[in-house]
Design a protein around this ligand. Structure first.
Ligand code: FAD
Length: 97
């Protein structure tokens, strides 16, 4: 299990050596593309807001956005389930008129 998690690296040795630790961190860093917050939800008076709290675009009539783009700021957790929740809430509101 340990070998599987560490990839066979000697963590005690790496942790005791600043250069080895920095190299190990740099080798292990990766990115993942989780696009969001490009169509920010907020108070219509906020110049940075694109949609109001119902998901309706503030400057364009008849258009509603219901995806990760309306997140008001970057969440620190995974985005898939929050996106489903946003979509469900806005869809329910649309259906309810
Ligand atoms: C590689 C990867 C791994 C991920 N892993 C996780 C994870 O493990 N857990 C987690 O919680 N989240 C994960 N996410 C994030 C999650 O998938 C997204 O946050 C979520 O899918 C966002 O939903 P969305 O509806 O905003 O966008 P999307 O799911 O991207 O949906 C946008 C849709 O619009 C369609 N579209 C685009 N342009 C047009 C057009 N002009 N006309 C018609 N349709 C169009 C696209 O085809 C797509 O179906 C991952 C994302 C990626 C890329």
């Amino acid at each position: 299990m340990l070998r599987s998690l560490t990839g066979g690296r000697d963590l005690a040795r790496i942790g005791a050596d600043e250069t080895a630790l920095a190299d190990d961190v740099c080798d292990g860093v990766f990115w993942a593309w989780h696009a969001r917050v490009t169509c920010r939800m907020g108070d219509p008076a906020d110049p940075g807001a694109v949609v109001d709290p119902t998901g309706s675009t503030i400057k364009t009539d008849g258009l509603t956005v219901a995806d990760a783009s309306v997140m008001p700021r970057l969440p620190s957790a995974n985005t898939n389930v929050p996106t489903l929740m946003i979509a469900k809430k806005i869809a329910d509101d649309i259906r309810a008129g």
